[in-house]
Design a protein around this ligand. Sequence first.
Ligand code: M6R
Length: 615
Amino acid sequence: MCGIVGYIGHRDAYPVIINGLKRLEYRGYDSAGIALYDGTQIQLAKTKGKVVDLQERASKEITKKGTLGIGHTRWATHGVPNDVNSHPHYSNSGDLVIIHNGIIENYASVKKELINRGYTFKSDTDTEVLVNLIEEIKKEEGVKLGKAVQLALNEVVGAYAIAVFDKNKPDEIVVAKLGSPLAIGVGDNEFFVASDASPFIEFTNNAIYLEDEEMAIIRRGRDVKVRKIGNDKEVKPFIQELQLNIEQIEKGGYDHFMLKEIYEQPSVIKDTYRGRLLADKGIIKLGGLEEYIPKFVNADRIIIVACGTSWHAGLVAEYIFEDLARIPVEVEYASEFRYRNPIITEKDVVIAISQSGETADTLAAIKLAKQKGAFVYGICNVVGSTISRETHSGTYTHAGPEIGVASTKAFTTQITVLTMIALKLAKVKGTISKTDYMMYLRELEMIPAHVEAALKSNDDIEEIAKVFKDATNFLYLGRGYNFPVALEGALKLKEISYIHAEGYPAAEMKHGPIALIDEHMPVVVIAINSDHYGKVVSNIEEIKARKGKIIAVVTEGDTAVKELADYCMEVPKTPETLTPLVTTIPLQLLSYHIAVMLNKNVDQPRNLAKSVTVE
Ligand code: M6R
């Protein structure tokens, strides 16, 4: 939940690290810091706040010189966000300096031991404990920094991606990983370290992704030596060529990443099915799936584990899988699944959905399912992420980097992948007619055009946002395939505008939430043409009778709901199974505009982080 960046080479490290931290702010943004070795000493600046605040402080406090440095953007775990708790942290001697993404769970006992040995601590962080443990071991054992880091990490319990250097040996950075991501960019006589590849993509396309329980000693102008933390076994580093480019991680003229990502949906949905869906030929071919189709087809049930928006995509998938492929599906919050001693057998298939591929709860659920013998399939966006490597097989969504903390294109591309899987299984199992199968393939190919059309309502939706921006509560209602979309619409509004919102199945309203409805309550109702249309119209009548304000998502050409609703947002017609891919678009835009009008930080909402790597 923090971002780390490091550089060692021939350039000024300061701009590399600052720009890198800005790209990683999606991972945490309550404080930031940098440490540079200027040729004689360490220059360190850190502050509560964002990277721009750090820049201001660094201009006043440090020389910004040096070709070796590390930087950090934080999402607090131990210790409130303040200047002192910000990273980097010095060891007591001032020789070592460290940045850390993760949690050291046994820090309290280690700290006690270090205090007994005379160490003092300035911050409340677990990280300051770790750097002093490294220092103590280095001194006691008379070993080099790399060895001291290795020995220290063998004494701690928890998760980490760390980078540390010693001012007396300014030609190397030592890094290590367990449970938090860490990439090493390999340039021409220069090396980069980062939580993902975005900080170094304009300098090199070559990266080494450390595996869990690996550490590396990065030597200036020389090489990267990788070894296992648990023993001294050397590992030959695999240098991967990245497909990322700089345009993908910039705003490209949009005011916010979230808006850019909403507008990217027509093209990224196409990227998701490109080469995998050949509608004319009636083919769906997913590389990771083919070999494992028998596992799915013969499974007793599919268990989907995920969090947040990815969990909502899982709920949509439950409807699609059961409806088309007739396989029983259970959808679980990953965080609950792993703690309730679930019944899992070898006959279960577990699908883990995660944009980042780093979510700690989802990862823990995967590990549990694997232990119990289930086959685990991953649906991730970030290539090479921990979840994509921990699962037996899987499919990437290919949505490109999602930087806005509020997930948008990840949701629609996840549903696209899940729909393709369901259709493929339905065909193999014979639970779908050939005509329906071909129809769905053609309709799925048309989704990008439908999303494009739905985006055309942006200006009208902005006007609706003006009317409701000061509401303090919202209800979101949907039925069937669009119940999870109601949940997702409510989540989007909550997380970026901080307005309280709840999603419900429309029919559930009369069992409680209806008590909330009065003339101040906006109710967003997904009322598209579907089997439930008549029932949803009745729900709208019930809301109207209690003076609630209706904002309806309707199918183009609708008349009945338009007469009843206060405001309507139109989406093109598509088979009900595929409607979540279009009905979610106006809800994303509505929450975006409300948040902008309320002057909220749309891309970096308070208290949140893009990838939640703590439990
Ligand atoms: O990276 P993941 O898909 O595993 O992330 C799961 C949730 O943390 C994520 O969807 C979160 O709910 C988003 N902020 C929602 O917009």
